[in-house]
Design a protein around this ligand. Structure first.
Ligand SMILES: Cc1cc2nc3c(=O)[nH]c(=O)nc-3n(C[C@H](O)[C@H](O)[C@H](O)COP(=O)(O)OP(=O)(O)OC[C@H]3O[C@@H](n4cnc5c(N)ncnc54)[C@H](O)[C@@H]3O)c2cc1C
Length: 429
């Protein structure tokens, strides 16, 4: 069995650690934050509140359950989601989703889910090095330089290094520096985001079993998303451009009061005032898209999760794909009897095409959510009607497949393109 070093003990890193430890590997995780089982403060970032809720679709759920984590424990970390609500002109249009299997998506408390993964990693005897930062990777020697919180630097070496260290991955940066012909592309969305949190969603009239979307009536100025987590709070990701009169930089409370009155007018005035206060106080966060030409180097190093394919949350699939990466990697280890020079190239081959499709769909969704699109609802209804009438010819609604299955992203993308053609034909006729 191999000594495997995982850089990043976040969601992808911790789930991968569980899969590998259960297969008998000697797993070491380097994580720059503290231990979430001892102290969650570095995970619950209430000031910038980058990470409060996250929605898990069936793809993510299956990846977690396949690692041996009991379903009841996972479901305790989230609320079941049965549909989506789109705010247009101050009113909500609800679109119920149709489950295709026995699972509903979950709106997770991210910190609770992180603790669940960490607990199972401990139970499976994963070795964590908290408050240790990876500074550099020697791809040939399969070794890392790591620094503890007191500034002490040491080296650690293994048979395989897995980069699960997120969008700004140090492992990927080492690959960029040392690999020939490694292509890398990083782009930022015009919008960034701030997360606002209100403590009692139900009292404000929000259903805890819906995901809320805002801004389709804003002509591209604003896109927003909100979801409830089990403590009853609802968090709003408010996505706005970085500059302009109405932007993430806006400190003028009158401008922001107009904004919240316009798009959240159904909320009581004191709540809107609270949103204004939170907005001006909180820092903004970037939305980044990262593409790499390969996810591995020889049989030595592999990237998973956001380190390989970070994207903006407009499709709600970044974490889901990251968790599925862990599942696919473990499946390939079994298939190739843990022979790494067979596993790593196949991992890139399988996942690169899926990552590209997922990112393309996320960007397309961003365009829909951040632009005025009155035909969106008509089109969704048309798709459902046609699929019901002609189930063998007309593809089903893509959102149902996305939320309720683990269908490959490239298949979903093809389905979406097919629907576009059908939709145009339908309109011509
Ligand atoms: C506002 C927002 C909402 C989102 N909502 C959803 C959603 O609803 N559904 C969904 O599927 N996805 C969503 N995502 C995307 C999701 O958050 C990410 O795809 C997911 O967190 C990726 O997990 P990861 O483990 O790959 O990376 P991360 O979660 O970024 O974890 C990386 C880990 O590596 C550690 N690390 C980083 N650098 C180093 C270093 N040098 N040394 C040691 N440790 C290091 C970090 O501390 C962290 O613990 C959202 C993202 C945003 C920004």
């Amino acid at each position: 069995m191999h000594k495997i070093i995982i850089v990043g003990g976040g969601l992808a890193g911790s789930l991968t650690a569980i899969y590998l430890a259960r297969r008998g590997h000697d797993v070491h995780v380097i994580e720059k934050r503290g231990d979430p089982l001892q102290d969650l403060s570095s995970y619950v970032d209430l000031v910038s509140s980058r990470a409060i809720g996250v929605s898990m679709t069936v793809r993510g759920i299956k990846a977690v359950l396949s690692a041996g984590i009991p379903r009841e424990e996972l479901e305790q970390c989230g609320e079941k989601i049965v549909g989506m609500a789109f705010s247009v002109g101050g009113k909500y249009r609800v679109r119920e989703l149709t489950p295709l299997e026995d699972f509903y998506p979950l709106s997770l408390n991210r910190a609770a889910f992180q603790r669940l993964l960490s607990k199972h990693a401990y139970l499976n005897k994963v070795n964590y090095y908290f408050e240790h930062k990876c500074l550099d990777v020697d791809l040939e020697k399969k070794s890392l330089l790591i620094q503890d919180k007191d500034g002490n630097i040491k080296s650690i070496q293994g048979d395989l290094i897995i980069g699960a260290d997120g969008a700004y991955s140090a492992v990927r940066q080492s690959m960029q520096g040392a690999m020939r012909r490694f292509e890398f592309h990083q782009s930022f969305f015009r919008h960034g985001y701030k997360t606002l949190v209100l403590p009692d969603a139900t009292a404000l009239g929000y259903r805890k079993d819906l995901l809320y979307f805002f801004g389709m009536d804003s002509k591209g100025v604003f896109a927003g998303r909100a979801a409830t987590i089990p403590d009853g709070s609802i968090s709003f990701a408010i996505c706005l451009p970085f500059t302009g009169t109405l932007s993430l930089a806006t400190q003028d409370k009158n401008v922001m009061a107009d904004f919240f009155n316009r798009y959240f007018g159904s909320l009581p005035l004191p709540i809107r005032q609270e949103m204004v206060e939170q907005f001006v106080q909180k820092p903004s966060n970037d939305l980044i898209n990262v593409r790499s030409s390969t996810f591995h180097y020889k049989s030595n190093v592999v990237l998973i999760g956001d380190a390989a394919h970070a994207t903006a949350p407009f499709l709600g699939q970044g974490m889901n794909m990251a968790l599925e990466d862990a599942f696919v990697f473990a499946t390939l280890l079994d298939k190739h009897n843990h022979v790494l020079d067979k596993v790593l190239p196949e991992f890139t081959e399988l996942r690169k095409v899926q990552a590209d499709a997922m990112q393309d769909m996320a960007r397309a969704n961003y365009d829909v959510l951040s632009s005025s699109n009155p035909i969106f609802f008509m089109r969704a209804r048309y798709t459902r009607y046609m699929h019901k009438k002609l189930p063998n010819i007309y593809p089903p609604d893509m959102a149902d497949k996305l939320y309720f299955t683990s269908a490959p992203y490239d298949e979903l993308q093809k389905m979406q393109k097919k629907q576009n053609v059908w939709y145009k034909l339908g309109r011509v006729n």
